[in-house]
Design a protein around this ligand. Sequence first.
Ligand code: IVH
Length: 676
Amino acid sequence: MELTHARQRAERLREEIALHSYRYYVLNRPTISDGQFDALVDELREIERAYPGLITSDSPTQRVGAPPADGFQKVEHPAPILSLDKATNREELLAWHDRISKLLPAEYPPPSYVVEPKFDGLTVVLHYRDGQFVLGATRGDGQVGEDVTANLRTLPTLPLRIPVDPEGPAAPAYLVVRGEVLILLRAFESLNAGLVAEGSAPFANPRNAAAGSLRQLDPQVTAQRPLRLYTYSIVTAEGTTPSTQQAILDYLAGLGFPIPDEAAAFDRLEAVADYCEAMVARRAELPYEADGLVVKIDDLTTQAELGSVGGRPRGAVAYKFPAQEAVTKVEAVEFSVGRTGGITPTALLAPVSIAGVTVSRASLHNFDVIAERDIRVGDRVVVKRAGDVIPYVAGPILEARSGNERPITPPSACPSCGEPVAHSEGEIAYTCINAVCPAQLVQHLIYFSKTMEIEGLGEATAEQLVEAGVVRDPVDLYDLTKEELLRLDGFADRKAENLLASIAASRDQPFSRVLTALGIRGVGSTVAALLVNAFDALARLRQASAEEIAAVEGLGPITAQTIVDWFARPKHQALIDKLRRAGLALETLPTEDVSPGTQPLSGLTFVITGTLSRPRSEVEAWIAARGGKVTGSVSGRTDYLVVGEEPGGSKIRRAEALGTPILDEDRLERLTEAAG
Ligand code: IVH
């Protein structure tokens, strides 16, 4: 390729890559496959390798490029980065409004308002010159922050060049945008689980995780952390920018910045107050941690006229949610055994209300965390919860100790089967390695029936079946008789028949499901789909070497070895023979579509409101298993609102306003049939 042509092609590729990552990460609506996207990046890399002179700093290949730094440079902000006055209830919100109303000229029209989530992350200030991202700083003391440009560049949703869409509005010559960097709650849980698994200390909360990740000296480390950006205001700009907060959000979105999905507009303060009160109960639906809402006067001229007092603008106020933590006593510790034998400690607490929810159990993570935080039975402890994350014990209040507290030690025997517990030096996990441990079997049965979509087999039934001795491995389910079920507590004709019918129907599940349901460590539905693509029959997978399995794209040597070891155990070979006799699919049928990218709900985003026929978590899992995604609130990115009984009115109103199709449960199911 000659140079001129290469330059043009590279420029075109950069534009396309930026636009596709915007569609993928910000809009959640990719229009090309991951493979096609990777091909564009590969092509750009190829050109840049051949012509290094063509590399530009806003090239998507340069997100992670900077070497580790020794420290951070100071950056003076172009205008003070103010904080907010706060209100904690309706009265204080009305009082704020009274104060400012007195300051506004009588002839002013009554204001309208925008309410946004108050993100509990890290404030950042992003500078763009001629559309290029040139500098990014933390808030610091509001006057001077730290230069974290290299780290911010690694955030996939941060535009390196605006407008991201060449057809969007032209960027001002100089634009400084304010936003917040945070970690989504789900990502926080997996980040911590990963840290714990590799033997590192977990982060105390998502905010610390975001701060620790953004203030890394090595951008490579930041790049691996699931940081998200939301922008919501313009600090300064050369040229004109919109004059209302709502228009600013639209303008930022048009330039390609991620903005809060959940921003809402109101004409009356009473409606603002109702919304704030309602959101206290619904904060758990937000995918990130928010410590409140920010109520803003929509008109920015009015905001400017109101000025600020003590470094806090009068034209906006933070409506703070109640703290999501409480102090209570650890009364005992319970050890439970997971599907693969891992033993986890849970604190049993004196019941305490945290933001309206009674909490009587909290995660202690693992024994290293207990030792490190020195948590003991009898301690008064701080318990926290955020979103729908399981509450956890943050740490003891040392001053409250009486001396009668007892240290928590790992059990030496399995709490379920009493066999000795295994623990290797230097590892965190304590494991029950008894192949016939009943607790492991119960957990495996629950997992098996979820994966195979067997209905009516929850924890209680799984325990009964194991205790009665009628099920010794998941395949025994297929030999269950009605008589055996009727002998269990709480089983009458109808319930027994339904369970048997559901078990029978699960025989039709495809090979990839059966493989997932085996419960091999590291083989969830995604890995199972990859394996089934590469080895279309269990007989072939069973004979494959670790090298052959590791050669499958998306698989690593550790999982490959785990799979080989799993098949090598005589117990598992016997299980497979039983599976075959039970008539389950152990190979792909010619009609089966196993590519993970073409599931019926791929690329679709759902919001659920109201009570459905099954627990919401099950419906979410059902949608996820078909490639769809479930989020907490209706936005322009929502494809369908699924409505059950007693639905929330605001979600329906919002869906109606946005023209989002509304489905009931039946139609949701028909949707997959039509698409699949
Ligand atoms: S507006 C002058 N909007 O909360 C404008 N702030 O004490 C003031 N924050 O650290 C900021 N989400 O950075 C605004 N949607 C939002 C916000 C938000 C989080 C942060 C802000 C500051 C603190 C306010």
